[in-house]
Design a protein around this ligand. Structure first.
Ligand SMILES: Nc1ncnc2c1ncn2[C@@H]1O[C@H](COP(=O)(O)OP(=O)(O)OP(=O)(O)O)[C@@H](O)[C@H]1O
Ligand SMILES: [Mg+2]
Length: 319
């Protein structure tokens, strides 16, 4: 089938209301009025963060998840459309609201979250299999977050296999604790790309050494590109043939302000590099440059540049 889309980004799509400064060192209850700066609205979750990163790098991106029949949905549609992201498969769930978070930021920048998980958590096998045409028309899909999609967990291997069957590469990211290796195991053979964060990977594998983490995924049946994100230390990636590549961190192009979403931006960059047929070390370098841009601004994708800017930051000017 002719591929009209590069990546379908699936799963967590959240509207964030950012409020600061909020004095959280003493109770703010009791009917007090707390004055703040003007509140800001932002989109978050992997669909927003990786989707926007991919779109800025020039990819054709489609978003796929459940939304509520509410004003938050309209806000997301407007933001995504402005980034050139296809919103036609943001499916309205009849009973559940759009996922929302209030982010309370104190004077020191520490964040406290009030979260209503909402519709994306209800994604299940039927939602994916009813939309297989979308995956058939795309080169790749990215799903997040593993361990936070309870209605999909049991059927995930079958869903990923069906998506691979229509010639769409599968990639996934985790969040929270990352869940257990036992839960992940049946899905590993059906993933073309899996590079969780160190926290998620060490929880899953009970290992703290990046090489041992990767070896554990391999022994558990992973056949695709696997690895582990290592924050300010970069990442370790392992090619399909077992070759390890240490990805050095890219120096952020400004002071580190907010690291939220760096992992999503990294995975977006990695997929973009791979879809451009870059060798894995170069795709990893592009990914690290996306992570490095992310951390220099408030909001995951505020500082993500276009492909030329990001490739130059990554030291890949030949592209
Ligand atoms: N301070 C930093 N300096 C340079 N690069 C960074 C920094 N922090 C993150 N990165 C880049 O971003 C990538 C992803 O960051 P990290 O390992 O924190 O992901 P994560 O834990 O999944 O993040 P999150 O879940 O908050 O999005 C790293 O592999 C690295 O390349
Ligand atoms: Mg992450």
């Amino acid at each position: 089938m002719h591929k009209t889309t590069d990546v379908v980004v699936c799963g967590s799509c959240v509207v964030d209301v950012l409020i600061r400064p909020v004095p959280l060192d003493h109770p703010i209850g009791g009917g007090q009025l707390v004055r703040t700066e003007p509140m800001q609205l932002a989109t978050g979750g992997i669909v927003s963060n990786a989707g926007t990163t991919l779109a800025r790098l020039g990819a054709q991106v489609a978003a796929f998840t459940y939304m509520g029949d509410d004003d938050w949905n309209h806000m997301v549609q407007t933001r995504y459309a402005a980034e050139g992201i296809d919103t036609s498969r943001l499916l309205v769930h009849p009973d559940a609201p759009t996922s929302t978070t209030v982010v309370l930021i104190d004077e020191a920048g520490e964040r406290t979250f009030l979260h209503a998980v909402g519709a994306p958590k209800l994604l299940d096998k039927r939602a994916f299999l009813n939309n297989l045409d979308l995956f058939a028309s795309s080169q790749a899909m990215l799903l997040g977050y593993f361990s936070l999609l309870p209605n999909l967990q049991h059927d995930l291997p079958e869903v990923l296999a069906a998506i691979q069957e229509v010639n769409c590469l599968t990639a996934m990211d985790a969040a929270g604790t990352g869940g257990t290796l036992d839960d992940l195991l049946p899905s590993l053979p059906h993933l073309d790309v899996y590079v969780p964060s160190f926290k998620e990977a060490s929880h899953q594998t009970a290992e703290t050494d990046p090489e041992r983490i990767v070896a554990t995924y391999r022994q558990a049946g992973a056949t695709g590109v696997v690895g582990v994100k290592l924050g300010s230390e970069g990442a370790l990636l392992c090619d399909r043939d077992g070759t390890l590549h240490e990805i050095a961190p890219v120096t952020p192009p400004g002071p580190v302000v907010d690291t939220t979403g760096a992992g999503d931006c990294f995975v977006g960059g990695l997929l973009n590099g791979l879809l451009r047929d870059m060798p894995l070390p170069e795709a990893g370098r592009l990914a690290a440059a996306c992570g490095a841009q992310c951390v220099t601004a408030l909001g995951a994708t505020t500082a993500i540049g276009d492909f030329a800017t990001t490739a130059e930051l990554a030291g890949l000017p030949a592209y």
